[in-house]
Design a protein around this ligand. Structure first.
Ligand SMILES: [Zn+2]
Ligand SMILES: [Zn+2]
Length: 244
């Protein structure tokens, strides 16, 4: 009996997760309870590891809030972005949700996080950017992954917030080794010259780069520096989650 129940539950989960049943937006991606259009039920949403007290420049969780609202690394050397916003820490179950989305191509958890991201931050931003720029992923990664997770996340957030998407402006040169496994200093050196802008005319004044996860902050810093150097006055960095 237990085996039958387990088989049925596995089958139901796969069916719902496949998206073929059309329920992926009305059932919670974590527990399959009724969830509304954002794909996460209220209890699961409340259980996500919130990143409430964080550095305003790099979103690193702060153990003790300070008047400047900056972490010690940003007090020593300010990154190029003006403001960083990630509502969650990259911990369970966010890490699993993002991995399933990014490496298995299961869209529902990525979409659920993006929709809830927009739901949570709409109305709380100090200044609304004029455009959302997806963090460009390494060109050699695209064929293997089949999609750009940052372009999709930026598109979902753009549709929710009404902020236009600007996909062609910021690009990444091929041939840079993957950042995974490198420390903060090596990541920064590895990224020198990795990004470029395709035009310098008609630039928006204020943009937000959209990332999936901020790990050390080196990529965000390099992208923001590239955009600032091209004449953009204010660059924000938005991501789903921040590695503590
Ligand atoms: Zn749930
Ligand atoms: Zn910081």
């Amino acid at each position: 009996m237990i085996r039958i129940a387990r088989t049925l539950s596995t089958w139901a989960t796969r069916w719902v997760n496949s998206g073929r049943c059309g329920l992926h937006l009305s059932r919670c991606v974590l527990c399959l309870a009724r969830a509304g259009r954002t794909g996460l039920c209220e209890p699961c949403l409340q259980d996500l590891p919130a990143n409430h007290t964080a550095c305003e420049r790099c979103a690193l969780p702060l153990t003790a809030p300070n008047p400047q609202r900056l972490c010690s690394a940003c007090l020593l050397r300010s990154p190029a972005q003006d403001f960083c916003l990630t509502p969650w820490r990259y911990e369970f179950p966010i890490d699993q949700m993002i991995r399933r989305y990014k490496y298995d191509g299961w869209r529902a958890p990525g979409r659920a996080l993006a929709l809830n991201w927009a739901d949570q931050v709409t109305g709380t931003l100090p200044e609304i950017p004029q455009a959302l720029i997806p963090a460009p992923i390494a060109p050699e990664r695209l064929p293997e992954r089949g999609f750009s997770q940052t372009a999709e996340i930026a598109d979902w957030i753009s549709r929710e917030t009404g902020t236009p998407l600007e996909t062609g402006l910021l690009q990444r040169h091929p041939g840079y080794q993957p950042q995974a496994g490198l420390d903060r200093g090596k990541r920064r050196r590895n990224l020198q010259g990795a990004f470029y802008v395709t035009t310098r005319t008609g630039m928006p004044e204020h943009v937000a780069i959209v990332e999936d996860v901020i790990t050390t902050g080196a990529s965000g810093d390099a992208m923001a520096a590239c955009l600032r150097e091209a004449g953009i006055r204010r660059v924000d960095l938005w991501a789903l989650a921040r590695t503590p």
